[in-house]
Design a protein around this ligand. Structure first.
Ligand code: 13P
Ligand code: SF4
Length: 334
């Protein structure tokens, strides 16, 4: 659930988000000034607009962003991403102020696991260990044993004994992919991401015929039929690294469009074709991620609002599975 604090409600009533910004103002310079003046760190996910990525102190995938949060010495964390990411930052640093430019920047995948229904599902399977994808609410994290991201999910699943019963939530596509590559039989919650489910199998197949030298690269949140077409499957950071290091020069990219900004920056001479959605709209853009704009980012830093507020009891319970993920990941990296 997304909660607005009283200050935000007051300011929203007064329309602070709609206040016109002086057109002569150099927003980028102002953002840099505010960052310095208030010791803020600006973190951005790869799915943000290019202008936000370019001004961020750090751009990364969900795992790298969580690791960066742990390291930060800043007083205020400004999260250009979606609500569950900013919540994770708050859980890791309860005493710091965490800001999200638009509190309505949610996530269809996180929304697919309502906490009460999830509690009942868990109670029906008391002998199962719960692994939740980081794309879930703090209330789900508080009911989880280990969190994972798409970068470390396989490592985390494989770190457990083969006969360990596991319930995986909320992404059924990532869960099914993990079952296939690890040989496990995890019980899956029936959730999915609206962006990664929109790619058209038919159009991607046609695109592949049109560009026979193009490689299909896909995020594991995509459906199995699309993943079956892929030459490489990985998290956003793994896809980025792959396109940079491989000798291949043309890619059909089956994940949210925002990542193309970094891909093109890292490999200016290579060709990146956005994966085709089932219809003609820009559905491979995450409508939640794209709620953040450079103007909202500036206003958020200026007013230091809206702020992420979580109940201390939720923070305490949600911290443990995130800490466990970070420990397993650090061990695996050695
Ligand atoms: P990663 O950042 O782990 O690649 O996940 C992508 C995503 O869907 C974030 O919302
Ligand atoms: Fe959620 Fe999908 Fe958007 Fe990521 S891309 S924030 S999983 S809706």
């Amino acid at each position: 659930m997304i909660t607005l604090n009283n200050n935000t409600v007051e300011l929203e009533k007064n329309g602070y988000l709609d206040r016109p910004i002086d057109p002569s103002l150099d927003i980028i310079t102002e953002i840099k000034r505010l960052k310095e003046e208030h010791n803020m760190v600006l973190l951005a996910h790869y799915y943000q607009e290019g202008d936000i990525q370019d001004i961020a102190d750090f751009v990364g995938d969900s795992l790298a962003l969580a690791q960066e949060v742990v390291k930060t010495k800043a007083d205020i964390i400004v999260f250009a991403g979606v609500h569950f990411m900013a919540e994770t930052a708050k859980i890791l640093h309860p005493n710091k102020k965490v800001l999200l430019p638009d509190l309505k920047a949610g996530c269809s995948l996180a929304d697919s696991a309502p906490p009460e229904l999830f509690r009942k599902f868990r109670e029906q399977h008391p002998d199962h260990l719960v692994i939740s994808y980081i794309n879930c609410t703090a209330a789900i994290k508080a009911q989880t044993d280990i969190i994972c991201t798409s970068s470390n999910a396989r490592m985390i699943v494989e770190s457990l004994p083969q006969d360990q019963k596991i319930l995986f939530a909320p992404d059924k596509n990532l869960g099914a992919y993990l079952n296939r590559v690890t040989g496990k039989n995890m019980l899956l919650w029936n959730g999915s991401c609206m962006v990664h489910e929109i790619f058209s199998l038919e159009k991607t197949t046609k695109l592949k015929h049109l560009h026979p030298h193009a490689q299909v690269i896909a995020h594991p949140e995509c459906e199995e039929s699309l993943l079956a077409l892929a030459d490489f499957i990985g998290s956003t950071s793994e896809l980025l690294k792959y396109t940079k290091n491989t000798n291949h020069t043309c890619f059909i990219v089956l994940t949210e469009n925002g990542i193309l900004h970094q891909m093109q920056k890292n490999s200016p001479s290579k060709i990146f074709i956005p994966g085709p959605p089932t219809n003609t709209c820009a559905c491979n853009e995450c409508p939640h991620m794209k709620l953040n704009t450079i103007e909202k980012l500036y206003l958020c830093m200026l007013y230091q609002l809206p702020e992420i507020i979580l109940e201390p009891a939720i923070i305490e319970r949600a911290y443990k599975p995130i800490a466990r993920m970070l420990e397993i990941t650090a061990r695996g990296a050695k």
